[in-house]
Each structure stands twice: as C-alpha cells, then as structure tokens.
Design a protein around this ligand. Structure first.
Ligand code: S3P
Length: 433
C-alpha cells in the first residue's frame, strides 16, 4: 500500500499515543515467566508485539488479547513453565522479540528454532550468540553468517561478566534474561546506558537486579532463580511514536498539538533534549509515574529551529528517533551533525542510507557518513516518490517531511507502520484543520 501526503495547514488538537513497544514486549515475556496472572493495559496491539505473543503461545502460555480494550492477560507458568514449541518460533520483523527471546531460550532444557522475516534474517545475531555461548548455550546460525534462523540448545548456564561492545538494550536484556537461569551472578557492562525497561520491570516482578555506573561503562547485574510474581502493568504511550507528532507540530507553521501520556524515561527521552537544543517549543505537563515509568503530556508548538550536534551517550537515548531528527534538521536553519550512530545501519533497514536517499530526493542537502548524517537545513523540500524500505520508522519520518514539502509525497509500502503504530495515518489526520 502506498500513501500520499500533501502539505498540511496548521496541525491542531490532541493525540493519544499507543502503548510503548519495548514495554509491551517485556510485559508479555516477563508475565510468561512469572507465577500467576499479568495484565497489561494500554498494550501496543502492533505486529511486533503480536509476534512476541505468538511465540509464547507456541511455548504453552495462554495469552488473552482484548483488542477493544488494548489489554492482554498473560497466564504465567513460572520460570520453568515453558514447554517445547512444536514448530519454529517466528518473530516477524521484531528484533526485540528475537534477541530477548534468545536469552530466555538459552535457559530452557528444550531445543528451539528462531527465525523471522527477510529483514530479521539480515540483522546481526552474533551480538547475542557470543555472550549466550559463553554462558554455556549452543546456538547455531543455519546460514553460518550469524543471522537467523538460529538453532538454540539451552541448558545449564553459567553466570558471566559480559562487556558488550555496543550500547544495546536488546543485548543487555538478552543476557540478563539468560542470567535468570544461570548458576550465579550475571553482569553486563555497556559503553553507554541504553533503555532500562528490563531492569525496571523485572525488579517490579521480583527479580534481584542492580544497575550502576562504573569506570568502564554502565553495569547491570542479576541474581538467578528469583520467584517472579504476575502483576498489573499500565503501559505508557511510546515516546518513539510521539516523536512523529512532536516533529510534525514543530515544522508545520501555526501548529499546536497536545500529546497525551507519553513515557519520558530518561534512557529514552533524548528527543526532548534535541528539540530544546534546536530551539523547539515543547512543554512537559502533568508529569507523573505509571508502573515504575515516568510519564507526561507534551505540548508542542511550531518553532523556528536551528541545527545541532547529536552524538555520544545521547545516541542510545534516541536511537529510534534519529530518522525523524534528520527530518527536523532538514527544516532547521544551519547544519545538523549526527554521529556515533553506526547502529542505524543494522536496524529494520539501513536507516542512514534510507534517510539520505529519501531526503535527497525531496531536495534536502544531506550526506551519509560512516556513523551518521550531515544535514544542511533550510532548503524548501518538494514531494517525491519515496521508498520506505518497508521500515516503519522511515515511513513515518517521511510522512512528517511530506507535511511541509511542496506538492505530493508518495510513500511506498507504507503499510509497514503496522509494526509499531497501526493507526498512525488516521491519528495524523485528526490533527488536520
Ligand atoms: C529496543 C532496543 C533498541 C531499539 C529497538 C527496541 C528494546 O535496540 O532500537 O527498537 O526494546 O530493547 P538496540 O537495543 O539494539 O539498540
């Protein structure tokens, strides 16, 4: 399905952002490993989270899905309650499902096979194979290139101290989840702090988990064999989804948009800093806490933006928002530099290449670098036919760019928004005056 976007008049009104993808995945996974029932409300009913549910159903976990109420009820069977799946565990397009589940599977006494769509089968899995193998699991990549399909034989795991070369919450969470099944303490040190939803939520379920800054980075540690107890979780709105509305309101003249109930966990909220650094008008209202995660409403008004530098420890706090940051940069005066973000190349698509190609075809002065992009902002953009590379974040970022471009922007394969935000285009339309 292709989508046409026209230049919009001022965007006005309120939007309720769907539940956080990272937190929704974890609610199902940890709920499955807990004793008793876990109920997650404001759950994200998107393709990625449904992939997670389907994998756990194949391992004998009952999950009741109420789409009308956006609620899932997970009937947990405890840490050792999963059963051997009769078929391959299919993770679709979801890196989070694939990498986090690998850690859980490494601790099981049964064998399993894990695979996903064409994009998942290109994404690097050595980053989880290496630590899990060190812990004692046997993981074989069918194609011998460290990618899916993966054959996982779990078993008796040892606690390790792992120094992760990348700041990745998926790697960190994978190792911590395997650590639930180890024979001693498991620690993961990452070079910069990635999102900490696993640490927060697993502690809420009853795990003994600790996180601290050390000389070599950020270290998270977990003790094995806790008793996890099912609980109620209210999933905050996803700041990664809110980012498209933040950007749209900033760049379309005369806009004022209130974005309700957005998770602002500091390990995720780098976009808020970037917006302020660029001169954007954004206010946090009604700050509170929801199930161990900070939330707020965001009031955003159209603004004159200027260029900025996005790099270093900030990168993991807005890794998924960098494509839409490139859009903001295209409409800002002056130069924006994004660096230290080579991870963008191994996401659902190569996001450096995808954004550079798309924004160039709209008339933007943008250059790809080895670890980011350089954008000379301030040119008038024009509509173009644009490949989303079937990457949800590219499709939504370019839809935002199209709102302030001359003429029509045609986004190819725009149905990929189903991965994280199935009603994205409908919600965007409610703001048109
Ligand atoms: C996620 C972590 C991030 C992010 C992804 C979701 C998670 O990946 O890009 O969309 O839920 O843990 P990395 O941790 O590999 O950077």
């Amino acid at each position: 399905m292709n989508r046409s976007i026209q230049a919009a008049g001022a965007l006005r009104g309120e939007v309720q952002i769907p539940g956080d993808k990272s937190i929704s995945h974890r609610a199902v996974m940890f709920g499955a490993l807990a004793d008793g029932v876990t109920q997650a409300s404001h759950f994200l009913m998107s393709a990625d989270c449904l992939s997670t549910i389907s994998c756990f159903e194949k391992m004998g976990i009952r999950v009741d899905v109420d789409r009308e109420k956006d609620t899932v009820t997970v009937h947990g069977k405890g840490l050792h309650g999963l059963s051997r799946p009769d078929e391959l565990l299919y993770t679709g397009n979801s890196g989070t499902t694939t990498r986090l589940i690998s850690g859980i599977l490494a601790g099981q006494s049964f064998d399993s096979i894990l695979s996903g769509d064409a994009s998942i089968c290109r994404r690097p899995m050595n980053r989880v194979i290496v630590p899990l193998t060190r812990m004692g699991a046997r993981i074989v990549s069918e194609k011998e290139n460290g990618c899916c399909p993966l054959h996982i034989s779990g078993g008796n795991l040892h606690g390790i101290e792992y120094d992760s070369p990348v700041a990745s919450a998926q790697v960190k969470s994978c190792v911590l989840l395997a650590g639930l099944y180890a024979d001693g303490l498991t620690c993961v040190t990452e070079p910069a702090l990635s999102r900490d939803h696993t640490e927060r939520m697993l502690a809420g379920f009853g795990a003994s988990i600790d996180s601290q800054k050390t000389e070599s980075g950020w270290k998270a540690s977990i003790l094995p064999h806790p008793v996890l107890s099912g609980r109620q979780i209210v999933v905050p709105g996803d700041i990664s989804s809110a980012a498209y509305f933040i950007a749209a309101a900033l760049i379309v003249p005369g806009s004022e948009v209130l974005i309700r109930n957005v998770g602002i966990n500091p390990t995720r909220a780098g976009i808020l800093k970037v917006v302020r650094d660029m001169g954007g008008r954004l206010e946090l209202l009604n700050e509170s806490s929801q199930g161990g995660e900070p939330v707020a409403d965001l009031l955003v008004q159209s603004s004159s933006l200027h260029g900025t530098v996005i790099r270093g420890e900030m990168i993991p706090t807005l890794i998924d928002e960098l494509p839409v940051c490139a859009v903001l940069a295209a409409f800002a005066e002056g130069c924006t530099v994004i660096r230290d973000a080579a991870e963008l190349k191994v996401k659902e698509s190569d996001r450096i290449q995808a954004m550079t190609q798309a924004l160039s075809s709209m008339g933007c002065d943008i250059t790809a670098t080895e670890d980011g992009m350089i954008i000379e902002g301030g040119r008038t953009l024009h509509g173009a036919e644009i490949d989303s590379f079937s990457d949800h974040r590219i499709a939504m970022s370019l839809a935002v760019a199209g709102l302030n471009a001359e003429g029509t922007t045609q986004i190819l394969n725009a149905e990929c928004v189903d991965i994280s935000y199935p009603q994205f285009f409908e919600d965007l339309h409610t703001l048109f005056s």
